[in-house]
Design a protein around this ligand. Structure first.
Ligand code: UD1
Ligand code: MG
Length: 417
C-alpha cells in the first residue's frame, strides 16, 4: 500500500512542477507571439470597448502547444521505473512478465494525447477558416473514436448503478451497452461546444475553464484515496498542466483583454475534460461541473436550432455613454416563426425569461438573445464588462460547490455511498 502510494505520488509531484514551469512559459510565450498572430490575420475586434481595438485572436493555440510540450516531456516520467528496468535488461535476464510494462496505461495516455491534438488542430482550423456548424459537430465525434476504442478494450464498463428508489423496477444495475458509447461521444461534442457558446466578454472563456479544471482536479484529489486511484492520477496528469497553461492565458485574456483565446482554446479545453472524464470513469460527475454551460445551452436551444432568428454574434451590446454592457437583442415577427418556435417564445415569455419590447409600429418584436450572459444582464441591469465576467465566474464557483454537494451529500439519498 505504502509502496503504491510512493509510486503514484512521485510522478504527480513531478507533474505539478512541470505545470508550474508551463505556467511561466505560457506567460512568456504569449506576448512574444501576439504581433506574429496579428500580422498573420489572427486578429479580432473587441466589441465591448469604446474604440473597438484589435486584439490577437486564437491565442489558445499557444497555451495549447505549451500544454502539449509539457505532456510530451512528461510521458516518460510515470513509466520511468519500467523504462529503467528495460534499460538494465540488455542481457535479457528479465522476462517480459518480470518487467511488466503497463501497456494498457501507456495506450490510454497516447490516445488521450491524440484526441487533444486533433481538437487543437480542429479549433485552429475553425479560427482560420470559420468552419460550418455541421463540421463543428461532426469532427469532434470522429476524433473520439480512438478514445472510445481504448475504453472498450481496457475496461468496457457500460453498466450504471440504478438509484435505490428504482431498483425494484430495474434491478441493481443496468447495462447500457452501445448507448453508453453514444453518451460518451455526445459528451465530447457537448463539452467542446458548451464553453464556446458561453463567451463574448473578456476573460469568460478562460475563466470558466480554469474554474471547471480546478474543481475537477479537487474532485480527483478527494477520490485519490478511493477505489479509482489510478484513474484519478491519470486525470491529474492532464489537468495540472492544463491549469498552469490556462492560468497563464487568462492573465492576458482578463479585462481589458490583450489577447482572445479563440475557438482553438474552447475545443482544446472541452476535449481535455471529456478525455479525463471518460478514461477516468467519471463522465456523469463531470456534467455536474458544467451546470452554467448546461443552463446556457438549454436556454440557447431556440436560437441554436433556428426556431428563433440567431445573429452571428449574440454577445452583449456596449453602450459608449455609460461604458456598460446591455443585453443584445434580435428582431422577430411572431407570425413568421415556426410553430415550435412560437411555442418556445411564448413559454419563455410567460416565465419572464425573455425581455420583449415592440420594435417600430408593425408586428415586429425585439427580444434579447438567449444566452446566460444576457440573462444575467436582465437581472443585474446594465453592468460593466469586468463586473459581469466576475458575476458569471462567481456563479461558476457556486455551481462547483453545488456539484460537490450533489456528489457527496445528495447522492447518499439515491446510492449507498
Ligand atoms: C460564439 C457565440 C456568439 C458570440 C461569440 C463571442 C453562439 C451560437 N455563438 O460564436 O454568439 O458572439 O461566441 O465569442 O452562441 N469577442 C469580444 N470580446 C471577448 C471575446 C470575443 O468582442 O471578450 C468577439 C471578438 O470580435 C472575437 C469574436 O468575439 O474576435 C470571437 O467570436 P468567435 O469565437 O469566432 O464566435 P463563435 O465561437 O462562432
Ligand atoms: Mg468562439
Amino acid at each position: 500500500e505504502g509502496a503504491l502510494a510512493v509510486k503514484t505520488m512521485w510522478p504527480l509531484l513531478w507533474n505539478a512542477i512541470y505545470s508550474l514551469v508551463a505556467f511561466f512559459v505560457t506567460l512568456k510565450a504569449i506576448p512574444s507571439f501576439m504581433n506574429i498572430f496579428m500580422q498573420a490575420g489572427f486578429a479580432g475586434v473587441d466589441m465591448g470597448k469604446k474604440d473597438r481595438p484589435k486584439v490577437a485572436e486564437a491565442m489558445g493555440v499557444i497555451s495549447g502547444c505549451v500544454f502539449m510540450i509539457t505532456i510530451f516531456l512528461f510521458i516518460p516520467v510515470p513509466f520511468a521505473w519500467h523504462l529503467a528496468r528495460l534499460g538494465y535488461n540488455e542481457d535479457h535476464s528479465l522476462t517480459k512478465e518480470q518487467i511488466d510494462f503497463p501497456h494498457h496505461e501507456f495506450v490510454e495516455f497516447i490516445t488521450a494525447v491524440l484526441s487533444v491534438c486533433c481538437m487543437l488542430f480542429l479549433g485552429f482550423a475553425d479560427d482560420a477558416l470559420n468552419l460550418r456548424w455541421r463540421d463543428k459537430l461532426f469532427l469532434p465525434t470522429i476524433a473520439t473514436i480512438p478514445l472510445l476504442m481504448v475504453y472498450y478494450v481496457n475496461s468496457n464498463s457500460t453498466t450504471v448503478i440504478v438509484p435505490k428508489q428504482l431498483r425494484h423496477l430495474l434491478g441493481f444495475s443496468v447495462n447500457l451497452g452501445g448507448l453508453y458509447y453514444v453518451f460518451m461521444g455526445a459528451l465530447t461534442v457537448f463539452c467542446t461546444n458548451a464553453i464556446n457558446i458561453l463567451a463574448g466578454i473578456n476573460g469568460l472563456e478562460a475563466g470558466q475553464s480554469l474554474i471547471i479544471a480546478i474543481s475537477v482536479a479537487l474532485f480527483n484529489l478527494i477520490e485519490l484515496t478511493g477505489a479509482y486511484r489510478e484513474s484519478c492520477v491519470f486525470s491529474l496528469y492532464f489537468l495540472l498542466p492544463y491549469i498552469g497553461t490556462t492560468a497563464g492565458l487568462l492573465r492576458y485574456n482578463w479585462f481589458p483583454s490583450r489577447v482572445f483565446v479563440g475557438d482553438t482554446f474552447c475545443y482544446f479545453s472541452g476535449v481535455i475534460f471529456a478525455v479525463v472524464a471518460i478514461l477516468g470513469h467519471f463522465s456523469k460527475t463531470l456534467l455536474l461541473f458544467f451546470i452554467p454551460q448546461i443552463i446556457n445551452f438549454l436556454y440557447s436551444i431556440p436560437q441554436l436550432f433556428k426556431f428563433l432568428p440567431c445573429p452571428r454574434h449574440r454577445l452583449p451590446r456596449y453602450d459608449p455613454d455609460t461604458d456598460k454592457l446591455n443585453m443584445s437583442t434580435t428582431k422577430l415577427k411572431l407570425n413568421q416563426l415556426h410553430p415550435l418556435g412560437r411555442l418556445m417564445f411564448q413559454f419563455l415569455r410567460v416565465l419572464r425569461l425573455v425581455h420583449v419590447v415592440p420594435s417600430g409600429d408593425g408586428e415586429m418584436l425585439e427580444c434579447n438573445n438567449l444566452t446566460l450572459i444576457n440573462l444575467f444582464l436582465m437581472i443585474l441591469g446594465p453592468t460593466h464588462e469586468k463586473r459581469l465576467t466576475c458575476a458569471l465566474l462567481i456563479f461558476q464557483v457556486f455551481s462547483s460547490l453545488l456539484a460537490f454537494f450533489i456528489r457527496y451529500q445528495l447522492a447518499k439519498l439515491v446510492y449507498d455511498v
